[in-house]
Ligand binder design. Structure first.
Ligand code: KIV
Ligand code: NA
Length: 276
């Protein structure tokens, strides 16, 4: 039986218990997060977070598929959504469907996510019509950072509020099962949440959204560069890793590692198995 949370279950959580979402890019992290979340997003933020690119424009379809496969191997329960990278869907509905199909066929993920509203409604509708569930993404769009001249919070002016509402409605009408609202004035994100029938997932948006998402590395304090205001660090893995590396370096240099338990003595004792 399929116990995995699907897009339809996510959709039905509108207005209910908040949806818990995190990004994941690797097998071990997916294993650790899967029991605790409703949805795992293989975000194109992987290009920045794991690969050190300047922006998410460094993500490729092959990169997204490789990380999607890793996360699927590590998760059993959460709804797994894989981001469509920049360049894989904007120019036509046909390209969008072909790219989405590759992602789903090669990873086995539950859904794909695309950035944009009114401008890519045709792509969303075409992917949904092809039988692939779609998550929308409106507000601050990291794939448009170069075009926008930086990471700019949306919904500060009447004009952008109207554009955001139009984007939200377009994504809903195109058949998306939920929508991420990123980097948007709190009251505007809350208002969108009230006005559309699909769950909104906030990041730098509003506590009134139907769910929340954060980048896993930001959330556990592993991000070495500046973290945005909307991030809450629930752990300090930078310190944990630096401290472990420091102790390891000292012990190797003073020859206290490896110790007797970390070498094979050649006796037939069970401690000689390589199982730890
Ligand atoms: O790529 C990403 O991590 C995202 C989320 C933060 C929404 O798109
Ligand atoms: Na993304």
């Amino acid at each position: 039986t399929d116990i995995r949370i699907g897009p339809e279950l996510i959709r039905r959580r509108k207005g209910g218990i908040p949806l818990v979402c995190l990004t994941a890019y690797t097998y071990p992290v997916a294993r650790l997060l899967d029991p605790h979340v409703d949805l795992l997003l293989v975000g194109d933020s992987v290009a920045m977070v794991l690969h050190g690119h300047e922006t998410t424009l460094g993500a490729s379809l092959d990169m997204m598929i490789a990380h999607g496969q890793a996360v699927m191997r590590g998760s059993a329960r959460a709804c797994v959504v894989v981001d469509m990278p920049a360049g894989s869907y904007e120019v036509s509905a046909a390209l969008a469907v072909a790219s989405a199909r590759r992602i789903v066929d090669e990873t086995g993920c539950q859904a794909v996510k695309l950035e944009g509203g009114v401008d890519i409604a045709g792509q969303i509708a075409a992917i949904v019509a092809a039988g692939i569930p779609v998550m929308g993404h409106i507000g601050l769009l990291p794939q448009s950072v170069e075009k926008d001249g930086g990471y700019k919070i949306k919904g500060r002016t009447d004009e952008t509020v109207a554009a955001l509402m139009a984007d939200a409605r377009a994504v809903e009408k195109a058949g998306a099962f939920s929508v991420v609202i990123e980097g948007t004035i709190e009251a505007v994100a809350a208002d969108i949440t009230r006005r559309i029938a699909i769950p909104t997932i906030g990041i730098g948006a509003s506590g009134d959204c139907d769910g929340q998402i954060l980048v896993i590395d930001d959330m556990v304090g592993l991000t070495v560069d500046r973290v945005p205001k909307f991030v809450k660090e629930y752990a300090d893995l930078r310190r944990v890793i630096a401290h472990a590396a420091e102790r390891y370096a000292a012990e190797v240099r003073e020859r206290t590692f490896p110790g007797p338990n970390h070498v094979f003595s050649g006796s037939k004792a069970s401690s000689d198995s390589n199982d730890g």
